[in-house]
Unconditional design. Structure first.
Length: 342
């Protein structure tokens, strides 16, 4: 029987310290007390933990910086994630640098995968090319992922989370549900649509009517226009949007046209960004543990810089947050709302 190779987490557990402290002992021992250093070194001896030599050589050339590659810095979704990263990285002696993948060219972005630029990357954009990232610095993927790219992933179960949102709508009596999707081809868009379809199919309900979106406020507004353009008796009584930003845009358009949420349509989003609890009505949504995602992603990267070669996923739990934007389905002739002004 083949024994599993000891990991940095095993050393930390035996020494009674965090994996960040083990990383500091391995990469910058002068900042750690002599007593802690001896405990970690003894734990390394007892576990038989062996440092990856390529990673060790990289540390000797360390820049002291970690780069987060973010697909849209104007999106408030990323604020808590980046705050969680910064806290963990600062504790381990690293600076966090942030690059917006939509504002920079491909070659400029991929230059961050060189040891002279950064000690490691945390990638939050699943559209980046795997071949460009597979260079010489450790990489961790967070939130989104790149199919076929072997690296640790810190994420939620997006399919199950979307199913949870749509199940909430079905439990309120909604039988005709729409979905405003994320960008075509995006891994999150695909997983959330699949979850919505799954929840409806399990209840014998028709597949969701899908409106296009791109996670942005304006695409939510456009989806609202499309919903309003339908004959009143054809409008789905509930809408699940793949991001809170889109849900905000959708609700704004509905209210601008004189209709009310949830009287005329129930709306549920995804993410639980700070704004949505202060809206009128407050938005029902799926809460992602955004700060925890950032903290876990940073710690996984610190471990990889220290030589941990594990690529297993970290999947964090979500929470259904029910607020005022969802309510019972209206009772019209076909379970759809009565005619309302448009």
């Amino acid at each position: 029987m083949q024994h599993q190779r000891p990991k940095i987490v095993d050393v930390a557990r035996l020494a009674g310290v965090s994996t960040a402290t083990v990383s500091r002992v391995l990469s910058n021992p002068d900042v750690v007390s002599a007593e802690t250093r001896r405990s970690v070194e003894e734990a390394i001896r007892q576990t038989g933990y062996r440092l990856n030599h390529a990673a060790r050589n990289l540390r000797h050339r360390r820049t002291g910086g970690v780069v987060a590659l973010v697909p849209n810095l104007s999106n408030p979704f990323f604020s808590q994630i980046l705050a969680g990263m910064a806290a963990v990285l600062a504790d381990a002696g690293y600076n966090l640098l942030i690059a917006d993948t939509r504002a920079m060219g491909g070659e400029t972005l991929l230059s961050y995968a060189e040891p002279s630029r950064a000690d490691g990357l945390i990638v939050l954009d699943g559209t980046l090319p795997a071949e460009g990232l597979a260079r010489r610095v450790p990489v961790v993927l967070a939130c989104e992922w790149i199919p076929g790219f072997a690296a640790p992933r810190v994420k939620i179960d997006n399919r199950a989370a979307a199913a949870l949102a749509v199940a909430h709508l079905a439990d309120l009596g909604h039988r005709v549900v729409a979905h405003v999707a994320g960008p075509p081809g995006n891994v999150l868009s695909e997983a959330r649509l699949a979850g919505a379809e799954q929840a409806l199919a399990e209840r014998g309900l028709p597949a969701p009517r899908v409106f296009p979106g791109d996670f942005s406020l304006d695409s939510g507004r456009r989806a609202g226009e499309m919903w309003l353009a339908l004959a009143p008796q054809e409008r789905p009584t509930a809408v699940f949007l793949a991001s809170d930003a889109m849900a905000c845009g959708f609700i704004g358009e509905i209210q601008h046209r004189g209709l009310a949420v949830p009287r005329d349509v129930s709306v549920i989003g995804f993410d639980d960004i700070e704004l949505v609890s202060h809206m009128t009505p407050a938005l029902s949504t799926i809460r992602q543990p955004r700060e925890a995602i950032g903290r876990h992603a940073a710690q996984r990267l610190i471990d990889r810089i220290a030589g941990d070669e594990g690529t297993e996923d970290t999947v964090l739990p979500v929470e259904l947050v029910v607020r005022a934007s969802t309510g019972p389905a209206p009772h019209g002739p076909t379970g759809r709302p009565a005619v309302t002004p448009s």
